[in-house]
Design a protein around this ligand. Structure first.
Ligand code: ACO
Length: 324
């Protein structure tokens, strides 16, 4: 018998405020045409002033529990992937526990920037396989609008706020790629690329949260190369390739990165779940948001092979192959 961590339900939450590209045109030297053609983004959501990352995460967690037909008593732990926590500590995960009324189990955060959900899912899978937990809430939640430099047109038009969540449950499998659940994962990081994407503040340096800094062009080239490589590694581990994939559910940073990666993997774009046009780049939230959207509209079905890949600050990158 092989223990598999199976997604039993997915849910998401987006803040109410929709911000179209035209919003930037009034005060920044940019245009809807530039943003659309370079990134594929048409609009994004920004959290309200009194909405924190834990609020977004809790809404998404409730939606995932509803989709799975479960409640907090069924959950053993909460893992939140985020780089924009409410506070330096405690973790967002413990705030979600509190807000869900969950007084048992454990909660902790994972910080791997845009690759955070891939890292969180891989850790959750390992905890389930090790018998530490039978059911986990795995959440990606971000308020990147809070770390934008609004004078920097090359970054502030790209990011948005939101949260997505899945319920991951231990189930029995046969040990073959036909099993439902997480089938393989590949994680990587390389701190030599720090300057490509970072936030210029923090507790032990400036004492404040800082603003996001990015070298978009070199990062773009690294992204396509590294995402294709990690996706191939995750699939090779289970003896599969791009042609076996039903859905790529990628990190939603830029439509051109997504197209370039899909092309190199030999997967047509009609087998890619896209949300970047509506959500912008929501960092660790983008994959669970896209999983939830794709499942809710009936495209991702039970038994489908799903490949998710992401890259972000660090650089940190990785991929997970799973059967829905
Ligand atoms: N509006 C108008 N012009 C702009 C804007 C803007 N918002 N931003 C930059 N420009 C200008 C630049 O100043 C530059 O002008 P110049 O030629 O006069 O110097 C010109 O547009 C071209 O800039 P490039 O940076 O070469 O544009 P590029 O085609 O590379 O697109 C982009 C920029 C969209 C940032 C792209 O490089 C990219 O997507 N990179 C990857 C970014 C990414 O994916 N980050 C996230 C990954 S990790 C994570 O999710 C946190």
């Amino acid at each position: 018998m092989t223990v598999r961590a199976v997604i039993e339900g997915a849910g998401h939450y987006l803040p109410e405020r929709v911000v179209p590209n035209s919003w930037f045109e009034g005060w920044l030297d940019t245009s809807d045409e530039w943003i659309r053609s370079r990134s594929g983004i048409e609009r994004r959501r920004f959290a309200a002033d009194d909405e924190a990352t834990s609020d977004l995460a809790t809404h998404a967690a409730r939606a995932a529990l509803d989709a799975a037909g479960l409640n907090v008593d069924d959950i053993d732990g909460v893992i939140v992937a985020t780089s924009t926590p409410d506070l330096t500590f405690p973790s967002v995960a413990t705030m979600v526990q509190r807000d869900l009324g969950m007084t048992h189990g454990f909660g902790f955060d994972v910080q791997a920037v845009c690759a955070g959900f891939i890292y969180a899912l891989t850790n959750a899978n390992a905890l389930i396989i090790a018998g530490q937990a039978r059911r986990l809430l795995v959440i990606g939640a971000e308020t990147f609008s809070r770390i934008m430099d609004w004078q920097d047109r090359s970054t502030c038009v790209l990011f948005g706020d939101g949260a997505g969540a899945v319920v991951l449950s231990a189930q029995e499998g046969n040990g073959t790629p036909d099993d439902r659940g997480i089938l393989s994962a590949d994680l990587n990081s390389d701190g030599r690329y720090r300057e490509m994407l970072y936030v210029d503040g923090g507790v032990s340096t400036t004492g404040d949260a800082g603003k996001l800094r990015m070298q978009g062009n070199p990062l773009f080239r690294q992204a396509v190369e590294k995402l294709t490589e990690t996706a191939d590694v995750a699939l090779e581990k289970i003896g599969l390739s791009g042609s076996d994939v039903d859905w790529i559910v990628p990190h939603q940073a830029n439509i051109r990165i997504i197209q370039g990666t899909a092309r190199k993997m030999g997967v047509p774009m009609d087998r890619v779940i896209l949300t970047v046009q509506d959500h912008g780049n929501t960092s660790a939230a983008s994959i669970p948001l896209a999983l939830s959207v794709g499942a809710a509209d009936g495209r991702i079905r039970k038994g489908d092979l799903v490949l998710s890949e992401a890259i972000g600050g660090g650089l940190a990158w990785g991929a997970v192959a799973l059967r829905w």
